[in-house]
Ligand binder design. Structure first.
Ligand code: CMP
Length: 422
């Protein structure tokens, strides 16, 4: 873990080195910067840094999820692949040869910067979309800087008075062209300048589309439950107009959607979880449901194994006020756990008990084959329940006799007679 953090910091330092080189190199080509102490120190620093990067990669080769973990094999792999890029970028071309344009070769290191950004996005899943935008803006500014230098190069102004002003006006022109704003104060003169300007304009359309698309995507993904809520309301609008649904029924439906949204239940997690391997499915569902399951007094003292077995098979359901979960004499094949809400148990016309957070009901169906419900259970408020099918629960109970006994005892007390297990 610690080693990973050090590696990330190292990659960040390399990224800074590669970025400053990517800024410096085109400036050096177009303005033919005269060598001075600070520039030389900077150039040597980057060279030392990139050489050290080769040594770091050889000493501590990076493991990959899908590959072998043998260090020797990883080193050979590195020498056959990324080494060439690291090696070229570590050569101080400008100091060896007097041709500044050769320095462009060193910018191959930016490929590794791209890889670093990619790995960050894979790790930081929660903020991956923000990182994508952030990295895009990073590349955009670097790209704009190169284009600005390229514009200065092809305009070839002899002995410019003020280099900073020249650079800034070029960058200004590039950005206004890239963002498709284009005020048109600077117009191309030569054929090459026309072609250059056209290419930037076309690239600008892509840049614009990418930004708009990604921002929209980002906003739509911020809150899936909210999206689901608004989608449902949209559908409701169409539906009530088409089928002329009465006002009080419309209100009930929209109240239900509001409740689902507030409780963050509108996003079906089970669809996502079912795509994972079994072991991970268990782990994720225990994480999501642990707090809730621990509130159920029956499960209070059981261990992680039990939670793991049971949580994956729990299906959340919501009952609206006045809704009957089931009616007396209905066939019963599942039992329920009350997460939140208030319900009444009604036998004939008489309310015989009320149920609330942490209670369970419908358990009698688990002990008798094709049993009929002994009472009606009606939801008084909005109720969040977890439903567990008989087959799965019986399976789990076989492994946890203490819980089976407790449920049996409750059922016995409620029925006032002996329960015969099927
Ligand atoms: P079941 O018969 O499957 O369906 C109706 C449920 O109501 C029953 O299981 C019990 O879980 C519950 N129930 C019946 N009688 C009582 C009671 N006296 N107190 C609380 N719950 C009850």
């Amino acid at each position: 873990m610690k080693f990973n953090i050090i590696r990330r910091i190292w990659q960040l330092v390399i990224t800074l080195g590669a970025t400053s080189l990517a800024v410096y190199t085109p400036l050096n080509i177009v303005f033919k910067l005269t060598s001075n102490f600070s520039i030389d120190v900077f150039y040597w620093l980057v060279t030392i840094l990139f050489t050290a990067d080769i040594i770091v990669n050889l000493l501590f080769p990076q493991t990959e999820i899908s590959r072998m973990y043998n260090k020797h094999e990883l080193r050979i792999q590195y020498l056959k692949t990324w080494f060439i890029i690291d090696f070229i970028s570590a050569i101080p071309f400008t100091l060896i040869f007097t041709l500044p344009a050769l320095g462009i070769l060193r910018l191959v290191k930016l490929i590794k910067v791209g890889m670093f950004f990619h790995s960050l996005r894979q790790r930081a899943i929660r903020v991956a979309d923000y990182l994508l935008l952030g990295f895009f803006i990073f590349w955009l500014f670097l790209f704009a800087h190169w284009l600005a230098c390229g514009w200065i190069y092809i305009r070839n102004i002899p002995d410019p008075v003020n280099n900073v002003k020249l650079y800034l006006t070029s960058l200004y022109w590039v950005i206004e062209t890239l963002t498709t704003i284009g005020y048109g104060e600077t117009t191309p003169v030569t054929n090459l300048q026309y072609v250059y300007a056209m290419i930037i304009m076309l690239a600008g359309v892509g840049v614009y589309g990418f930004i708009i698309g990604n921002v929209a995507n980002l906003l739509s993904k911020r809150n899936p439950a909210r999206n689901q809520f608004f989608n449902n309301l949209e559908q409701l609008k169409v539906f009530v107009n088409y089928r002329k649904i009465p006002f009080n029924l419309q209100k009930k439906i929209s109240d239900y959607y509001s409740y689902i949204w507030k409780k963050k239940l509108g996003f079906d997690e089970s669809v996502f979880i079912s795509g994972l391997p079994q072991g991970l499915q268990n782990e994720v569902s225990v994480y999501l449901k642990r707090d809730i399951l621990e509130k159920i007094s029956l499960f209070g003292r059981v261990g992680d194994d039990f939670l793991r077995d049971v949580s994956l098979h729990m299906r959340p359901i919501v009952c609206v006020p006045g809704e009957c979960v089931f009616k007396e004499n209905d066939p019963g094949n599942e039992m329920y756990f009350v997460i939140r809400g208030k319900l009444e148990v009604i036998s004939g016309k008489k309310t015989i008990a009320s149920l609330t957070d942490g209670d369970f009901f419908g358990e009698i169906a688990l002990f008798t084959e094709q049993s009929r419900r002994t009472a009606t259970v009606k939801s008084i408020t909005y109720s969040d329940l977890y439903r567990l099918d008989r087959e799965l629960f019986v399976e789990v109970l076989k492994r946890y006799p203490a819980i089976a006994d407790q449920i049996k005892k409750t059922a016995h007390d409620r029925l006032g007679s002996e329960i015969k297990e099927n």
